[in-house]
Design a protein around this ligand. Sequence first.
Ligand code: AMP
Ligand code: MG
Length: 429
Amino acid sequence: MRVEVVAVGTELLLGQILNTNAAWLGAELAAAGMDAEYQSVVGDNVERIALVFRGALARSDAVVACGGLGPTQDDCTREAVAAMLNIPLKRDEAVLDVIRSRFQRAGRPMPESNARQADVPEGARVIPQTMGTAPGLCIPVGEKALYLLPGPPAELHDMWERAVAPELRQRAAARGETASISSRVLRTWGLSESALAERLADRFRALEEAGGNPSIAFLASGIEGIKVRITAKGATEGEALSLLEAEEARVRELLGPAVFGVDGETIAEVVGRLLVERGFRLGVAESLTGGMVASYLVNVPGASAWFTGGVVAYDARVKRDLLGVPDGPVVSEDAALAMAAGACRLLGSEVGLGLTGVAGPDAGEGNPPGTVYVAAWGPLHEGQESGEGGDARLLHLPGGRQQVRELATISALDLLRRRLDSQVASRRR
Ligand code: AMP
Ligand code: MG
């Protein structure tokens, strides 16, 4: 069943408030197994609201609108519906009593303007108000339905759960369309958006040609990496999930180690989990990130089990004296590796990370801003000086100082994740 959302309010168009109702309703519709193919935003204007509603009703089986039910003159969703369907608005005395008694309880007289909230288009069903003053309305339009809900999120959520979602489910069931939609986000790091799209191009096309179920979509999310969302629809939740999981396996095979996690998982959480599984602890030595890596790590609950500590080695002398970085350029692969190894020794950890580079805006040691070396060292076993050596990467990171430091942080964690992933735990603590 196709259901679309229309958010009403000039303030939304002006960017004065964020359209969180549409996002919330989108997620709810998916969970209820509805197809949501369109969302619209329209200002507080009778003709334009009517125009958007007309279009929405023409292509969908139900329309859920929010906003424009307030007591002030600018709120005109009711009037727009009456005009569109050419039906009169009638003041509903029962609704008016509820509004009046709300004000009475608050010890205030009801302003005359609030009486407008009791105006009901003829033939509409009232969804009683339990929180605010405006009731919701369900307006039948032929076989279809138009729901008008209040803008304040708490009132909207209440009416949606109490009245609208159950009714939409019933309508879908009556059409023999009980369906469930499941989706999962694969989080990736290390592939550019175009490289990722290229790897998935054939699969993407094949899915489209087969009708778009399951479907895949990309979302570049800055330091959260590039997300690949897989969505599948089935007659039951179990069917949707098995389609989803089969597709996930295919996509993972195409993307390989670029996938670091699913849904809300962060790369720091993944690193923490791998460290726990392998029985290693991590120490970090940071130059340009100045403690950012450590900060990301301690954001993870329970980090004390696998994170021993960090050293901010900003000055070249600190890098040499404290961490044993050899003479020579400190923006170099050797320096990053020595920092990672030094972190292990100094902080008593089996694995270490080292980061050195140029955050900008000025060049450093002749390197342009964004030149960064990250290194992962270890695991270092008891009594060993060098353990199993390390990996280092030279990065050319884009953006300003803050972005370079954030990208360096995630890239270092990703390097360690890949190293831990590719190594069989050779020893448990
Ligand atoms: P309205 O019913 O249009 O007068 O909206 C009342 C209040 O609800 C607004 O002032 C906003 O705070 C909130 N609101 C309205 N529409 C939305 C929306 N699409 N997303 C989030 N909040 C909204
Ligand atoms: Mg409004």
